[in-house]
Ligand binder design. Structure first.
Ligand code: FE
Ligand code: FE
Ligand code: ZN
Length: 260
């Protein structure tokens, strides 16, 4: 993964801790980890952003689904310590008709069970588009979860540009206003990573359909400005655009070019 990222001009990457649809994870191979860590130092890699499986729903109504979330979360966090000090991002969950308040309580309860005082991994709640019954579509919902977690020093937020745009936050015409609101509601120091995506849909659509950088409703200018914003420019920026390896290489090159 490190070599592939390096080959397209990246100095960070996201990876799934297991099959994104869930299931058992491969055992950690200590040799592979050691080789990666040496490569990352040699090529000045930044912090990595692991992604939890999509099927993990900490807000689930069904107790088996909730149990899977707890077990997967705990197992992933143990495995993440093989590469200390990285980020682990997850979709807060879907309340499936129980209401956002119940969703918030359940997600916080899972976090209170799985976070360990000694862990070096930061757990990030991802901002969501508000599709279906997703929890985390407003900064207030994320703040409510964080407020209920005891070891909140291990918690942060990953800002997905497609999701907050679809959620109604205007990062095209008022990026400063959106970040001020983030700071007021959550605290800007919680912002630890960005998923950099364009959106196939207009502001507030609540759809969550990612688009290639510059080909959607957010556009290249706004996304590029975001990567250069003082509050964001030092964070790991992860592309989740619907493209292939050469497409990512091109997006990275264009964004880097605008950075200079
Ligand atoms: Fe995600
Ligand atoms: Fe994302
Ligand atoms: Zn998405």
């Amino acid at each position: 993964m490190g070599k592939e990222a390096y080959s397209i001009g990246a100095n960070t990457f996201a990876f799934f801790t297991r099959n994104p649809r869930g299931g058992r994870a491969k055992d950690v191979d200590p040799e592979d980890v050691a080789a990666f860590r040496a490569f990352a130092v040699e090529h000045s890699f930044a912090t990595l952003v692991a992604h939890a499986p999509y099927t993990l729903n900490a807000a689930a109504k069904d107790s088996r689904v909730a149990e899977f979330a707890r077990e997967t979360f705990a197992d992933d966090l143990k495995r993440m310590e093989a590469t200390p000090g990285q980020l682990y991002n997850f979709h807060p969950g879907a309340h499936v008709g129980q209401g956002p308040d119940v969703g918030v309580e359940k997600i916080a309860a899972v976090l209170n069970e799985v976070l360990e005082p000694g862990q070096t991994t930061m757990v990030l709640l991802e901002t969501m588009a508000g599709k279906g019954t997703e929890v985390g579509r407003t900064f207030e919902e994320l703040a409510a979860i964080i407020d209920r977690v005891k070891l909140d020093g291990r918690l942060g937020v990953c800002l997905d540009t497609c999701h907050i745009w679809d959620g109604g936050y205007d990062i095209v015409d008022d990026l400063d206003g959106v970040l001020d609101e983030f700071d007021r509601v959550i605290g800007i120091e919680r912002l630890r990573a960005v998923h950099l995506n364009d959106s196939k849909n207009p502001l507030g659509a609540h759809k969550d359909r990612h688009e290639k950088i510059g080909q959607g409703h957010i556009g290249f200018e706004a996304l590029s400005a975001l990567t250069r914003h003082p509050a964001l420019r030092r964070l790991p920026l992860i592309l989740e655009t619907p493209t292939e390896l050469d497409g990512y290489a091109d997006e990275i090159a264009r964004l880097r070019e605008a950075w200079r």
